[in-house]
Design a protein around this ligand. Structure first.
Ligand code: SF4
Length: 272
């Protein structure tokens, strides 16, 4: 793992594309230790210009000049501020335990909350910040990625990601602290018919997404990653299909109710 440190000129980036419903994205890191095989950032300029393999480098955005506080204040003076954290990294990847960049950004936002904050992660490390999140004065949601209930499938697609069990236990702790949560089944991976029942005790809100709806290019970016070779190798090609998500979405709707299951972008928009 190659690690660099940088004081960025800005933390907030104007949101665009899939996330255009937000005013800004916020990435505490460049690069991501989880290095998921299907990560669309692999083919983005961030990854390509690095000249390194995705998952093997991270730039830590240090805020020694208190840049974020100034930026957030200026953005709020201009109007509505809605933030998606994070679009091209996991804000709670393992390095966060030591460096506490995300924790710092949260502390700043807790002092001057944006109009909405969406926190997307797959990491149990978010539990560390329950103290901030449980008294956070603004509107927000924690969205926990759980793509399947089959641990062996996770290991093929995201070998460095935390276990499903640890993510479920994290949800239980967040829920117990009255922190708003959802599960993002994104992207849908081959799962069992029990998946909805397994999730039920941990959340009442689920979002279902796949490469074809959610990678910003109708699945072309994911195809370019050669992700189909993993499906072939594990003999699960029927799941690599634009309609495969529908069975999962229907299963979730039966258990959670239609109104509590969002499809693709609907589940990632700012909430009222
Ligand atoms: S956790 Fe998210 S940002 Fe990190 S590699 Fe996986 S999909 Fe990409």
């Amino acid at each position: 793992m190659e690690i660099e440190y940088r004081q960025p000129k800005q933390f907030l980036t104007k949101a665009s594309g899939f996330l255009a419903y937000y005013t800004h994205t916020l990435n505490p890191y460049m690069g991501c230790q989880f290095g998921c095989q299907y990560c669309y950032v692999r083919k983005s300029p961030i990854s390509l210009f690095s000249g390194k393999n995705w998952g093997e480098w991270v730039t830590i955005k240090q805020d020694v000049t208190h840049q974020f506080e100034k930026e957030l204040r200026r953005a709020k003076q201009k109007g509505n501020v809605t933030i998606f954290m994070s679009s091209s990294t996991d804000p709670y990847q393992p390095l966060e335990k030591k460096h506490e960049i995300t924790r710092h950004l949260l502390e700043v936002m807790a002092q001057a909350p944006p109009d909405f904050l969406f926190i997307q992660t797959r990491s149990p490390l978010i539990q560390r910040d329950i103290d901030i999140l449980s008294r956070y004065p603004g509107k927000f949601i924690v969205s926990m990625t759980i793509e399947t209930d089959r641990e062996e499938i996770i290991r093929h697609f995201t070998p460095h990601a935390p276990s499903i069990k640890s993510r479920l236990l994290t949800l239980a702790k967040l829920k117990a602290a009255n922190i708003p949560v959802q599960v993002a089944i994104a992207p849908v991976l081959p799962c069992t018919d029990d998946f909805a029942h397994i999730l039920k005790p941990y959340t009442h809100q689920v979002t279902v997404d796949d490469y074809f709806m959610g990678d910003g290019s109708q699945g072309r970016r994911t195809k370019a990653l050669g992700i189909d070779s993993i499906y072939k190798a594990i003999d699960e090609m029927s799941w690599y299909h634009p309609e495969a998500y529908q069975n999962v979405a229907n299963m979730m709707k039966k258990t959670f109710g239609d109104g509590n299951v969002a499809i693709s972008i609907e589940g990632f928009k700012p909430k009222n």
